[in-house]
Design a protein around this ligand. Structure first.
Ligand SMILES: [Ca+2]
Ligand SMILES: [Ca+2]
Ligand SMILES: [Ca+2]
Ligand SMILES: [Ca+2]
Length: 361
């Protein structure tokens, strides 16, 4: 059931903000299709501008062990479409739990920005493919979106169970938003790969530094930081949560997310699984797991034998890159058609006025 007054308000908001960088999207945060109430008994209908996710996990699958395009040629393996000589091609997955909504007109600390007040947890899971240059081999690396299946999904769950240690509970409840990635750009600096005379050099350290417990005993990591930005083209919305013309909103809605990437984990626990993938790390000469270390190709014969002080591994060994993420995103609604029509209408009105003036001149 749509509330017509709310639809009108939503359309007006979308039109007036069409050129702004972020748009409010009218949502019923209790999934009531406009009739939902929050735990204080007030309306759960809010104009949502942004989503602030709590620090959590991402895993770049075999990012350190994937050959570049040039090496694929030498070993006679196919490149991914568009893969350059220096590009590595891999899948990245990430998860998060919402820490706060950014609701239009409310102060950041307002209770209504707290997802808990709507009686459910909000979580996301995403998977996409990237090209990277330099990850696992140079101090700085850059990423961009690569061909391959992608998704970004947000769930509302009335039985909260997201568990950062196990990595479970992020993809259950009700799917409220789904989309595909339309862009990724990012970079990362591995401070452990800098010369140790560099003022920014950082040594290998424990992967989990998030108190109170070490949830990844025996696992060390390179230290580093970076950021990426993703754009999600929304393909479907749950109209119990998203109000207004949901079909049109889905066609035009994008969700733009900026994420800080860091190692070691200091504000979140490294999960045992990330979107179903169990992290598999590079290893040092003693066989101990070192996240971010060079992944060797022992069995490649003369090609790419990179075993050394930073790590080793047999060809076929999966060397993932596991990192902490801290994401926040905003909605963007593009509604070009109504805006164009309004301009056309104004033009006709102006022509009419000119015509009248001429008539009376
Ligand atoms: Ca955040
Ligand atoms: Ca649940
Ligand atoms: Ca859940
Ligand atoms: Ca911990």
């Amino acid at each position: 059931m749509f509330n017509k007054t709310l639809i009108a308000a939503s359309v007006a908001t979308a039109l007036s903000l069409a050129s702004a960088s972020a748009n409010a999207v009218l949502m019923d945060l209790a999934g009531g299709g406009g009739a939902g109430v929050n735990l204080l008994g007030g309306s759960a209908v809010q104009n949502v501008l942004s989503l602030d996710w709590a620090p959590d996990n991402a895993l770049a699958i075999n990012a350190l062990g994937t050959p570049t395009g040039a090496i694929l040629d030498v070993i006679g393996a196919p490149r991914a479409p568009g893969q350059g000589d220096n590009d590595q091609y891999f899948q990245t997955v990430a998860q998060g739990s919402l820490s706060a909504f950014g609701i239009q007109g409310l102060a950041a600390g307002d209770l209504k920005n707290n997802p808990g007040i709507y009686g459910r947890e909000f979580t996301f899971v995403t998977s996409f493919f990237e090209f990277s240059q330099g990850l696992g081999s140079a101090a700085t690396s850059a990423f961009r979106l690569a061909p391959g299946e992608s998704y970004f999904r947000i769930y509302a769950d009335t039985t909260p169970d997201a568990n950062q240690i196990t990595g479970g509970g992020y993809a259950d409840g009700v799917l409220i938003l789904e989309g595909v990635l339309s862009s990724v750009s990012g970079n990362y600096t591995d401070f452990t790969r800098l010369p140790n005379t560099d003022p920014n050099f950082e040594p290998i350290t424990g992967l989990d530094q998030f108190a109170p417990d070490n949830n990844a005993p025996g696992v060390t990591t390179h230290q580093g930081s970076g950021s990426n930005a993703i754009t999600v083209k929304v393909t479907s919305l749950n109209n119990a949560y998203f109000l207004g013309d949901v079909t049109e909103l889905a066609l035009n809605l994008t969700y733009v997310d900026s994420t800080n990437l860091t190692d070691p984990f200091e504000q979140a626990n490294p999960s045992n699984t990330v979107v179903g993938f169990t992290p598999t790390y590079s290893v040092d000469a003693g066989g101990n797991p070192v996240n971010g270390a060079t992944c060797g190709f022992d069995d490649r014969g003369p090609i790419g034998k990179t075993e050394g002080a930073n790590g080793s591994g047999d060809r076929g060994t999966r060397c993932d890159f596991h990192f902490q993420t801290d994401a926040s995103g905003a909605f963007r609604v593009s509604v070009p058609e109504p805006g164009s029509l309004a301009l056309i209408g104004l033009s006709f009105a102006a022509l009419g006025a000119i015509g009248r003036r001429r008539k009376f001149a």
